[in-house]
Each structure stands twice: as C-alpha cells, then as structure tokens.
Write a protein that binds this ligand. Structure first.
Ligand SMILES: [Zn+2]
Length: 462
C-alpha cells in the first residue's frame, strides 16, 4: 500500500484517493522573474517521483504546476515589491517578455531532468477572472476587508488559521512578525488578496480591472484559484518546497476553505532544501547553482537527478561537487552494465516486490536505488530479465535506461569507437582532429550531436 508523510497530520498515512483511479496533484511552480536554482528544481523532482510512483501504482494523475508571473512580492509575506515588476523595470523589458524567457528556461531545465511535463502548466495572468471570482466569494462569506491599499483576508475570522504550521492564535502574530507597510491592516498575519494600483503601488506595470478597482492579485490567491479550477474544491495532493509551508500554504488553506466551506487538500507533501556549505540554497543568500552551471561543467543533468533520488526528499541534501561526481560515476556504471545486457525479457518478481515496497514507503528512493544495485549484483537472475526489470523500475526513477540501451544497440561498434576517439580529441581541445572524425562518422551515415548528456549518435535518414 502506498503511503507518504502528510504535513496536515505530521505522520505517514496510507494514500486514499478521492476518486478510485484519477488523482489530482498540484505543485507550486516558479516565479518567473529569474532562473530557478537546483534547490528549486529538487521540489519539481519530488513532484515528478510522486507522480511516477502514483502511476506505477496504477493511478492516472492530473498534474498541475503553475507559473507565477504576477503578484509575488520580494517577501513571501506580501511586503516589498512585486518580483516581476521590479525585474521588468530594472531590465527595461516588458514583464510578459521576462516571464516568457524564464518560463522557457525552467521548461528546458525540467526536460533535462527528465521530469514529465505537467498536464497543465497554468499562468497566473491567464486566470485573473478565476481569482477575482474567488475573492468575491470570500467577500460574500465575510472573510475580507478593504483598506485604501488592498483587499485583505481577515485571518481572525478563520479560527484554524496556521494549523498546519503549528501556529496557536497568539503565535501566528509573533511568528509572522512582518514589516508593516499598510497602517490600515488589522492583523500582522492578514494577507493580500488584491493589490490596488494606488499610492506606493501606483506605477505597477501589470494591472486589471476588478470590483475593488484597478490592480492585481496577491500570490496566494493565484494558487487557490488555479488549483481548485483544475482539480475541484477538494483535491488529493498539494506539493511544494518546505519553505512554502509556514506562509503560502497556510494562506492557501485558509482562503480556499473559507470560500468553499470544504476541506481544500487531503495530503500535503513538502520537499526539503538543498544546503551548500551548511546553508540553505537561496537566491537571497547569494550562493546558488543553476542546472545549466552543472551542464557547462560537463555533468549529465541526470547525475543531479540521481543525486536527489539518493537522498530522501524529507532530508536536507548537502550539495557538493564531489557528491555530484560520485552520482555521475554511479550513473555511468549503471549505463555500462545495462548496455552490455542482451535484449530485455523475463522478470525478477522478488526484486519487483522489494522495489514497490521501497517506493510506496514514503517515496523511499534511496532504498529503491539499493534494490537496483542488488539486482545488478545477483547471480540468480538472467541478464535479460535484469534488463527488463530495470526498464520497469525506470518508469519511476526516470534515469533513461531504455533510451540509453537502445542508443547503444542501434550503433555499430566501429562508430561507437570513432565517437569515443572524437570525444577524447575534444577533451584535449584538438578541434581539428575532432572535426575530421566527425566527418568520417558522417560519411558512414551517422550524425554526432553534442548534448548536455554527452555525445548522441543518430543514423542519418535520407
Ligand atoms: Zn502556490
């Protein structure tokens, strides 16, 4: 039985979906004012292994990831400036243009990490009517108030406010001590549903008409509006980084449940940080690494995927280049072993059972990888059955076992050797020789392409 840690109850729970087979999964996406770093990407890897594990268990998953392209202020607690607006003014480019550029960069990253593309990737700016509708409902239900600057959610009206974060009523006020910018705001914990384009916000670039005047939505309402629009008033699983729990996610719960009178989400799954030099990787801290930096250094992006799989998602991951190199070596060893196997055929039931037990126990991927290595080592299973079983496991692991194997089988040995020579020449920066070998390979009817995951050989089809 599939179980994972639910942050609502703070314990491992058996997963019971609302519908028999179809599962709704929403994960908070990036704010597209800049590149995401590898700490952010770990969250989307969690979304991916969660989705793949559900599918492995026979569920069909409707996976939604949002793109925040308006309303996320420099502090998660709605103070400071809108990140998109700030970047747009600094760069002298339209917010839409910046959003598109960093959305494309994000999508390239998730593709490199072999993260399955969400069923819906929804932009906040394309769902303004849904957000206005939700705020109107909250207003009708008596959970809002207006100041000259904004429409707020009145947290004092929602007795369960902050429960998932373990806030008592008094603690809510203390824990979320914020720099007060709006003197008319009633309680520190109250959060913005709609910003009015007045006063210090008079020059905000993106704005829409609303019953509360010209303005734009708050970050929190975007996620409630879009998740419920696509998945219903109550849905199965909501994911995100652990840093979103104490403000963004308790706000999502409060406003969604205050609007519908129903439970918002059954299971909350949060992923831990990546640490560098024992500090949380964050843009604000300065020390952060992007996936493209790793690729530029010659790493296969799937080595980063392997590294993340090898640390449980609820454990902080200490990133170092030595650790990444070890992951790359382990992955290469797996690929080498796989490429030497005969055609896939047959099964390894005992290992399949162990693998399923591992992934279904709170997505224990380190344990699942241990099953992979044990399977490779065992002498009781035929190589063809090992390969078939590894292909099956890779539906969850996403390390491209099948693709790697097929590529290695389709290419004649002499071409592979030539490609290897060329790679060596490239590493020695002997471009002339590398180019000569490339021509030779081309004459034999194959094309070498240098991809982030290393040279890719393809047959030329005329
Ligand atoms: Zn969100």
């Amino acid at each position: 039985m599939l179980q994972f840690f639910n942050d609502l109850s703070k314990k491992k729970e058996i997963f019971t979906p609302i519908k028999k087979r179809g599962v709704g999964l929403y994960t908070c996406g990036p704010t597209v004012y800049n590149y995401v770093h590898i700490g952010n990407l770990r969250t989307f890897l969690l979304n991916d292994i969660l989705r793949r594990t559900l599918e492995y268990n026979g569920y069909s998953v409707k996976n939604i990831i949002n793109i925040t392209d308006v309303g996320h202020l420099t502090s998660d607690a709605d103070t400071g400036e809108d990140k998109m607006d700030k970047m747009s003014k600094a760069e002298g480019r339209a917010p839409e243009e910046i959003a598109q550029f960093f959305t494309d960069a994000f999508l390239a990253d998730i593709k490199d990490l072999n993260i399955i593309h969400p069923n819906v990737l929804c932009k906040a700016t394309e769902h303004i009517p849904q957000q206005i509708k939700l705020i109107k409902k909250l207003e009708k239900n008596g959970f809002t108030y207006q100041t000259s600057e904004a429409v707020y959610f009145d947290t004092a009206k929602f007795p369960e406010y902050g429960k998932m974060a373990g806030f008592s009523e008094k603690k809510t006020q203390e824990a979320q001590a914020r720099v007060e910018e709006d003197p008319e705001k009633k309680h520190l914990a109250d959060f913005t549903l709609w910003f009015k384009r007045v006063g210090r916000h008079a020059h905000h670039i993106m704005h829409w008409d609303s019953p509360w005047g010209d303005g734009w939505p708050g970050w929190h309402i975007e996620c409630s509006a879009m998740s419920m629009y696509y998945l219903g008033k109550t849905f199965d699983i909501h994911g995100g980084g652990i840093d979103l729990l104490p403000v963004h996610h308790i706000n999502e719960i409060a406003q969604s449940e205050a609007a519908t009178g129903q439970k918002f989400v059954n299971y909350w799954v949060h992923g831990e940080f990546i640490l560098m030099d024992s500090k949380k990787m964050a843009r604000s801290e300065g020390g952060f690494i992007m996936l493209q930096n790793l690729i530029e250094k010659g790493f296969n992006p799937l080595a980063f995927r392997y590294l993340c799989l090898n640390t449980h998602y609820r454990t902080q991951l200490n990133f170092s280049f030595q650790a990444l190199e070890a992951a790359q070596n382990a992955l290469n060893k797996l690929y080498q072993a796989i490429n030497d196997f005969p055609k896939p055929r047959g099964r390894a039931p005992e290992f399949e059972e162990r693998f399923l037990t591992a992934i279904n126990d709170d997505l224990n991927m380190p344990s699942a990888l241990a099953v992979v290595w044990d399977l490779l080592k065992t002498k009781n299973i035929k190589p063809s059955a090992k390969l078939n079983t590894l292909f099956k496991f890779d539906k969850v692991l996403g390390l491209k076992f099948e693709e790697t194997y097929n590529n290695s089988q389709d290419t004649p040995e002499e071409i592979k050797l030539l490609a290897q020579d060329r790679e060596e020449a490239r590493q020695e920066k002997n471009w002339k020789r590398a180019d000569e070998i490339r021509k030779k390979i081309q004459e034999a009817g194959y094309l070498v392409e240098d991809t982030p995951t290393g040279p890719d050989i393809k047959k030329i089809i005329l």
